[in-house]
Design a protein around this ligand. Structure first.
Ligand SMILES: *Cc1c(COP(=O)(O)O)cnc(C)c1O
Length: 371
């Protein structure tokens, strides 16, 4: 699905030198690379504060801890997402309240949020799924009206621009109370191990986020709150600094792949190509098509027989996972989520795809559908 080796080859000289420098300085935890990366990411995103941490799941957990949520508080979130989003809600003793997604954007259906709000609701967690922004302006309006926090799960959409109703633009992850992201290797900005970060424009909250990620302390051995240990290391930061410079190029390379798929796959019967919302500049973490009247398993098998990977993101939505059995949400009516779960199929998309590979993938799909 990705080709991290070819991507590395293009930046090998720079990356190798940076890694060796970190090892040479023997400064592995904290240090200049982490600080510089933090500042460079703040500048790129236009965010006042970036707080690095160990991974994208921790980022979500630390964000929710920093907001001071109490067990039993309700958190509104889509069920159609990666497990991390919903898992941390349950881990912290909070109650996930699942809201259906929009059939076009696959992100939370804004028109269904208010009906899910109760006196216990404290937080909305929109997920910018596959690299496209949820519709943030109405989400922020609802949050303001009901006095709720918003944590944007931006793990799949770093670099995505959201256009507000007034025409101004923001990077996704910088609009809500807190944004979170992951630097898992296959993410759009990936390191060579695990990594993550939180973003906020609220300076007081930034102090708390930093404390929670560092055993609740600002001054060493003065622990002001219960926290955890979640750090981005200097080696990962050194890699991320180099890759951040190419993030816009990486996004453009992914869009070019998506353009090819769109143009060709839309000609095939039974395939719906991804919708591109006008107010979101899709960064195509995934290229996910919708199948109608096509046997998904057989298509995936056909592709696999030609060494073409494909993936179902995600085969079981959160509300149907055993993990959440205690919340009695299994029979909850989320028709769009269930419908999508049965129809989505994601194709290889990354920064190093060659025209030859794209042609090969397209002809394999065409062959199956026209057979
Ligand atoms: C990858 C991902 C995460 C978790 O990131 P990790 O770094 O793997 O912990 C969270 N949410 C979404 C939507 C993701 O895609």
């Amino acid at each position: 699905m990705v080709d991290l080796k070819s991507q590395y080859k293009k930046i090998k000289t720079e990356v190798d030198a940076a890694i060796l420098q970190v090892i040479d300085a023997a400064q592995f935890i904290g240090g200049p690379e982490v600080n510089s990366f933090q500042q460079e990411l703040e500048a790129y995103l236009g965010a006042k504060h970036v707080i690095p941490c160990a991974n994208g799941t921790d980022a979500l957990q630390i964000a929710m801890m920093a907001l001071g949520l109490k067990p039993g508080d309700e958190v509104i979130t889509p069920s159609f997402t990666y497990v991390a989003t919903t898992e941390v809600i349950a881990l912290l003793g909070l109650t996930p309240v699942f809201v259906d997604v929009d059939p076009k954007t696959f992100c939370i259906d804004v028109s269904k949020i208010e009906a899910a709000i109760t006196p216990k609701t404290k937080l909305i967690v929109p997920v910018h799924l596959y690299g496209q922004s949820a519709d943030m302006d109405p989400i922020m309006e609802i949050a303001k009206k009901h006095n709720l926090f918003v944590v944007e799960d931006n793990a799949q959409a770093i670099g995505c621009d959201y256009t507000h109703r007034d025409g101004t633009k923001s990077k996704t992850g910088t609009i809500g109370t807190i944004g979170t992201t992951s630097f898992f290797p296959s993410k759009n900005l990936g390191c060579y191990g695990d990594g993550g970060a939180m973003f906020t424009n609220d300076s007081e909250l930034a102090v708390i986020l930093k404390q929670v990620a560092n055993h609740g302390q600002t001054i060493k051995y003065h622990h002001e709150r219960v926290g955890c240990n979640s750090r981005l290391d200097n080696l990962q930061a050194a890699v991320l600094r180099i890759k951040l410079r190419s993030l816009d190029d990486y996004c453009n390379a992914r869009r070019k792949v998506a353009d090819f798929y769109d143009e060709n796959l839309s000609k095939l019967k039974g395939i719906t190509v991804p919708y591109r919302a006008e107010n979101s500049r899709h960064v195509f973490h995934q290229y996910t098509m919708l199948l109608d009247g096509i046997d998904r398993d057989k298509l995936a098998e056909h592709l696999a027989s030609k060494n073409i990977p494909s993936m179902i993101y995600y085969p079981i939505p959160a509300h149907k996972q055993k993990m959440f059995a205690a919340f009695n949400c299994e029979s909850q009516d989320l028709p769009v989520t269930d419908w999508l779960t049965g129809r989505v199929l994601s194709l290889p998309i990354h920064t190093e795809m060659e025209q030859e590979q794209l042609d090969y993938i397209y002809s394999a799909i065409k062959e199956f559908i026209e057979a």
